[in-house]
Design a binder for this molecule. Structure first.
Ligand SMILES: NC(=O)c1ccc[n+]([C@@H]2O[C@H](COP(=O)([O-])OP(=O)(O)OC[C@H]3O[C@@H](n4cnc5c(N)ncnc54)[C@H](O)[C@@H]3O)[C@@H](O)[C@H]2O)c1
Length: 407
């Protein structure tokens, strides 16, 4: 019995995972070293709502080293890595993680973080900002990690309810070109494979949405031999998918042959009752978009569909005498079924977070209550640091080229 492998990863495993993430996130370490001696974030308290992973731990412990006090809650009820929670608690980080995975406990965690009155707000999805915007204490600013959150913030700005400056980290090229495309593209396929173990070669995979995430998923699936079909509502993105070599069809034209459906649109009910009823026996449905709204869960969970759990994160519904499989309750499959994005990718995303947070702390008196892009200087700085970490050199513009270009 003594040699039985542990089922729940231990605190020791948390430390090993943190070491592994650090090894592959050197950019964060370089930024911390540059700002550490200046006590850059001394006196700031940061409320964070992000997926609790080993990569997030690197960001959080870095912010702590810069002098900030941190309060954190999970950005998704199912994505938390428990051994990382233990590790963060051991390092003195206040983690709010009510037992239970209900939507009520998810919101309660956010409220408990906000009870500490953090003056910088870091979110992934917009829900945490939504609650912070209703508070009456001084917030210096915030950041937003993902596409869905940025869409919501832009809508709130038009409605004039943004009360503090928020930097849209997702809009940085050093975030979406890499995290959404290469990171989520790879980790979504990884999450599907870890959950089901199926072979992708020869499968007909329907990717719903050809934005940054969709492009990454489609290309990764193609690389493993799948036949990829894209569904879109945007004519230009649809054209791009076509010219990238994918078939493009309305979703209802795919239901007779689709083997695996992956949603990544940020939209509501992309896969609906009328589609599911016509799908073939054995079809697999999953989602990589931020919220669990892209697959019609209300319909799937209606009483007549008799869900059975086959294995962790894999459920079977009986619909019209056919087996319809759902992964990870329709939540982000890459984080629920896998470990999320790789550390090299999260180093880029979190370098944007880190430098944006420092930018807010240095400029909070000058910034207005609106949604800002990540400053170009920060974007480029991260590009330079990343190239250096991969040991890649590039050319410099000559004086002659400079005057030609700008004349
Ligand atoms: N799982 C992760 O780790 C992770 C990482 C990054 C982003 N995200 C999330 O993934 C989602 C997509 O992000 P993105 O950066 O690709 O956004 P994006 O805006 O670049 O792309 C979304 C695409 O979906 C298309 N679309 C919208 N409604 C559609 C519908 N009904 N049918 C088909 N296509 C439709 C849009 O036209 C657009 O091309 C967002 O919810 C984002 O927050 C998740």
């Amino acid at each position: 019995m003594q040699n039985m492998p542990q089922r729940v990863p231990s605190l020791k495993q948390g430390k090993m995972d943190l070491y592994w993430a650090y090894e592959n996130m050197q950019i964060i370490d370089q930024i911390i070293k540059r700002y550490k001696s200046k006590d850059t974030l001394e006196g700031y308290s940061i409320g964070i709502c992000l997926h609790i992973t080993k990569e997030t731990a690197v960001l959080i412990l870095g912010l702590q080293q810069l002098g900030a006090e941190i309060f954190i809650c999970p950005a998704n009820p199912l994505s938390t890595q428990e051994h990382i929670v233990s590790l963060l608690k051991e390092k003195g980080i206040k983690v709010y993680r009510e037992k239970g995975k209900t939507i009520q406990s998810f919101f309660k965690n956010m409220d408990m973080v906000l009870d500490n009155k953090p003056n910088i707000i870091v979110d992934d999805g917009g829900e945490f900002h939504k609650r912070a915007l209703q508070k009456n204490y001084k917030i210096f600013g915030g950041t937003e990690e993902t596409s869905s959150g940025v869409n919501r913030l832009n809508a709130w700005y038009k409605k004039k309810i943004i009360k503090y400056p928020i930097i849209a980290v997702n809009q940085s090229r050093t975030k979406n070109l890499f995290d959404n495309r290469y990171g989520t593209g790879q980790s979504t396929i990884d999450g599907i494979l870890r959950t089901t173990g199926i072979l992708l070669a020869g499968k007909r995979i329907i990717v719903c949405g050809y934005g940054w995430v969709g492009k990454g998923i489609a290309n990764n699936a193609k690389g493993l031999g799948a036949k990829v079909i894209v569904t879109e509502i945007d004519p230009v993105n649809a054209l791009e998918a076509f010219m990238d070599g994918f078939e493009v069809k309305p979703i209802s034209d795919t239901t007779s042959f689709g083997d695996v459906y992956i949603t990544c649109t940020g939209q509501l009910r992309v896969i609906r009752q009328e589609h599911i009823k016509n799908m073939k026996n054995g079809v697999i449905l999953c989602n990589a978009g931020h919220f669990d709204v892209e697959i019609d869960m209300d319909y799937l969970n209606s009483e007549d569909n008799h869900p059975t759990t086959i294995r962790k994160n894999l459920k079977c519904y009986k619909i019209n005498k056919k087996n319809i499989y759902l992964l990870a309750e329709g939540r982000v499959i890459n984080l629920v079924g896998g470990d999320g994005n790789s550390p090299e990718i999260m180093a880029l995303s979190f370098a944007n977070q880190l430098l944006s947070i420092i930018h807010i702390s240095n400029n909070c008196n000058k910034l207005e209550p609106k949604v800002y892009s990540v400053p170009k200087k920060i974007e480029n700085e991260i590009g330079v640091l990343a190239l250096k970490s991969f040991n890649i050199q590039i050319d410099n513009i000559t004086k002659e080229q400079e005057s030609y270009f700008y004349s």
